[in-house]
Design a protein around this ligand. Structure first.
Ligand code: MG
Ligand code: MG
Length: 247
């Protein structure tokens, strides 16, 4: 990956701000009785109001601007008539494009009151992303990111999903290199200043194995244990990581 120029980073910050606003508005709407289609509609409104475009809608035929993945769905759930109920958790992943540059980020939230275990799953997954981001320093490696994420998740007794990984991001949503959420510190490609990566731990309470539902999109945990997903688009800056998808 070539180092992003100042102008390119400026566009990626703009795309990141749109994604952050989608998150903020969708998060505020999550409550019992809301459908995942309602959340998608909120995302569409933000994209339209900001003059951005969606990198999710039409991606290999994906029909929505967000992925909405409740409970045992890990990623890539299709928004629709599913009604959120008290005690559920819901992972929302979305992105936006500004001037041809991409942002991509995800979060998991509880619906109303959730169990202590579900709350711990969400907190640990977010903390694992924070740990991965902290490792995004020039001279470190992709293995340092993965090892940092994995250490937090496994210390909590949860599992890191292996079959889906983070990625480079820029002119396209998914660029090289792949960014696994597991690994060995010091191994893998070197991190360089000006790189832009999406780091996105997917964590299950039970086993890490996944299966794809008949719709061809929805990825569930094989043991049907609940899953959480957090993601940011991050630039490796001169003074450490810069999160582009945080307001
Ligand atoms: Mg991503
Ligand atoms: Mg994403």
């Amino acid at each position: 990956m070539k180092a992003r120029s100042k102008d390119e980073l400026r566009h990626m910050r703009a795309a990141g701000r749109v994604v952050a606003e989608m998150h903020e508005k969708i998060r505020a709407a999550i409550r019992p009785g809301v459908t995942t289609a309602d959340l998608d509609a909120i995302g569409r409104t933000v994209i339209d109001n900001r003059g951005a475009t969606s990198n999710f809608l039409g991606y290999h035929g994906f029909p929505a601007v967000i992925c909405a993945s409740p409970n045992d769905v890990i990623v890539h759930g299709i928004p629709g008539a599913v009604v959120l109920k008290e005690g559920d958790i819901i992972s929302v992943d979305c992105g936006a494009v500004v001037e041809g540059w991409h942002g991509d980020a995800a979060f998991t939230a509880g619906v109303g009151e959730i169990s202590p275990e579900a709350a711990r799953l969400i907190a640990v997954t977010e903390a694992s992303l924070d740990a991965g981001i902290a490792a995004m320093v020039e001279g470190n490696t992709l293995g340092d990111i993965g090892a940092a994420v994995q250490a937090v998740v496994e210390a909590a007794g949860f599992s890191v999903v292996r079959e889906y990984v983070g990625h480079g991001i820029g002119r396209a949503m998914h660029e090289a290199p792949e960014v696994p959420n597991y690994g060995v510190a010091g191994k893998g490609g070197k991190l360089k200043k000006g790189m832009t990566l999406a780091v996105e731990p997917m964590v299950t309470i039970g086993e890490p194995d996944t299966f794809l539902s008949e719709d061809g999109w929805t990825v569930l945990s094989a043991d049907r244990s609940w899953a959480a997903h957090f993601e940011h688009t991050i630039a490796i800056g001169p003074n450490g990581p810069e999160i582009l998808t945080r307001p």
